[in-house]
Design a protein around this ligand. Sequence first.
Ligand SMILES: [Mg+2]
Length: 417
Amino acid sequence: MPTNRRSFLASATLGGIAAALPFSSHAAVSSTDFSKLDEAMNRPVFKKEFFISPVIIDTIELLRYKDSFLCRVRSKDGATGMSVANSQQMKYLYPIFVNRIQPFFIGKDARELESLLEEVYVYDSNYKLQNLAFWDPLATLEFAILDMMGRIVSKSIGQLIGDKIYHTSIAMYQANSERDITAELTVRHLQEQLAGSNAKAIKFKLGGRMSHPEFPAKRSEQLIPLMRKTFGDDMVIAADANGSYDVKEAIRIGKIMEQYQYEFFEEPVPFDWYDETREVAKALKIPIAGGEQEPSLHNFRWLIGTDALKIVQQDQFYFGGMIRSMRVARMAAVSGKLCAPHTTGDGFGYVYLAHFISAVPNAARFHEFKDLSKGLPFECKTSSLKSENGIVKIPTGPGLGVDIDPEYVKKHVVIKE
Ligand SMILES: [Mg+2]
């Protein structure tokens, strides 16, 4: 049994804390003590002290060219910021952006971004839309505003949302997303993927996804030992069930993962089975990871405070931006838990992930890497934004630190309604 394997769980920066609080321990915060979490959740995130004079938002434009969506923000003084939307979602959700979010921000002082994000949730009864449908368009706007603000004061987005820059690069894990193929073929595909990426950690899919039976039958229990046998004791291995199991089956599968020294078990039961997630966590030693579908800050508070999750995986687009995501990371930090954000492979998804991680002290040591959209021409002077031997450099500022080709931007037209 390996004792010195690399670990997702050992944060480079919080090494001391992670070492003192192994994930099999619930010692950091008692199940009923939410006061530390509340303090962490309510601490201001956005560094408005960097800005001396008002930054009044003059225009917000959502631009479209085919299935590409860009958001451009301009201040009264002529500062601009831009973000790339998650097109998979925005092609259906742009009316929410244009009609329910955009009007609220016009004429407001962007230095108050943090409170504006809370107010827009109530504006026009937007809270009734709470879910990806509301948070994804709001995140798109937040990223453009953060880009503008960073460019004004020559700071990276990470510097605007964090106490300091904790990470300048990210070690990636190689993910395989396949189901419905044999265990042997899954392993072979992962071997091919690893030959390209040289990652030191892997993650693959278990079960049939959201309570569906898996195919071929018994694939999970074949795959778990086969992965360890193939890749050896030094490989960090995790698996994601995407809500495939009920409590009893999740515990049975989790025990096999424990036997083969797996690092974490992601979404063992459907994501909104909160009590059941906690039940599985209590029965197992292996840390439970989750949160990529979670839209509610208050639900995260419960999931963290009751030890249902030991690794939080909020998605910055799906969860409504970096400021909200930082609140979750901070609650996790004060509970001795780690943050391994979920990311989508569309547009600049990975660049936003990278900036966010730069500012998270309790970031896990390995994160998913997804290539940026093909056909999105950009220039980044500080990073290739590619995995080099399993490591991706985080761009430095100002703002996003990435510029989209102006000729490409010109192809887009403003969406009016
Ligand atoms: Mg997942």
